[in-house]
Design a protein around this ligand. Structure first.
Ligand SMILES: Nc1ncnc2c1ncn2[C@@H]1O[C@H](COP(=O)(O)OP(=O)(O)OP(=O)(O)O)[C@@H](O)[C@H]1O
Ligand SMILES: [Mg+2]
Length: 249
């Protein structure tokens, strides 16, 4: 492949080939998950009104499953935040607006966020049976919403073009559910790198939408527990702390 490697993670590599971006998954990566990512992205694309890279092709390259998308020229919002710390407030404001646009959409064929979280909580062995039970009871009692939730909304998944427009990548975790749960997840993802950014995000979201911070915070232990099921070693300590806050509420 005459393509340039642009990103590597534990499970995949991303290449640029002209105007295409190709995600090539490791040979042992489950086929169903690859097809699921392509399907979810296609469903979000069909929802309309959201700037996402189009899925162009699903294929096999040297025995490895791959998904080909439109390549989006630009820098990730993460890069821009790192390069221009003086513009942080402006970027945060734009990121919340982008999130609100996503959350204003409906995509009725996606899985329900509460069902997914309930399954994830069952899978975590870092938490006691009692904590898991309490958490699932709490999850059941939360209101049922059907907003489009990205599921991993963070600055590495946003590409900013030269003209300032923003395109959102990486829809594999998208579901339909409660906006505050999706915001709680972004808050936690920021907490993993910088508490100040996390607080800024929460403040801007709550101010723009008139949402009580306390309401978003009720989602934190549940979202932390669900995120623990992803088993990212660098996240375990902080997420476990958040997840166990549930014990004291
Ligand atoms: N269509 C695209 N256009 C431009 N750059 C892309 C595109 N897809 C991926 N990238 C680049 O590759 C990086 C990783 O891609 P992506 O976020 O889709 O996967 P990932 O983060 O590995 O997935 P996950 O978060 O599920 O582990 C992005 O941060 C971005 O820099
Ligand atoms: Mg990503």
């Amino acid at each position: 492949m005459a393509a340039e490697l642009i990103a590597t993670t534990a499970t995949k590599k991303v290449y640029r080939d002209g105007d295409k971006a190709i995600k090539v998954f490791n040979a042992d990566f489950p086929k169903a998950e690859v097809l699921n990512e392509a399907l979810i992205t296609a469903r979000v694309e069909e929802t309309g009104g959201i700037d996402v890279p189009k899925v162009l092709e699903v294929g096999v390259f040297e025995g490895k499953w791959s998904i080909t998308f439109d390549f989006i020229e630009g820098k990730t919002l993460q890069q821009l935040m790192d390069e221009n710390p003086d513009k942080l407030a402006e970027y945060m404001e734009q990121m919340v607006d982008l999130h609100l646009n996503i959350l204003s959409k409906h995509c009725p064929l996606l899985n329900k966020l509460k069902d997914k979280m309930s399954r994830q909580i069952l899978e975590i062995d870092e938490l006691s049976d009692i904590t898991r039970y309490d958490m699932r009871t709490k999850l059941d009692s939360m209101p049922k919403h059907t907003k489009l939730c990205h599921g991993d909304f963070n600055p590495t998944n946003i590409v900013v073009r030269e003209d300032g427009s923003m395109c959102v990548l990486d829809w594999v975790h998208a579901t339909q559910g409660n906006a505050s749960a999706d915001v709680a997840r972004t808050y936690l993802l920021f907490c993993l790198q910088d508490q100040k950014k996390a607080d800024m995000y929460m403040d801007i979201f709550c101010k723009k939408t008139g949402t009580a911070k306390k309401y978003v915070q009720t989602w934190l232990p549940i979202v932390a527990a669900a995120q623990l099921s992803k088993k990212r070693p660098e996240e375990v300590e902080l997420l476990q702390k958040w997840a166990n806050v549930c014990d004291y509420q």
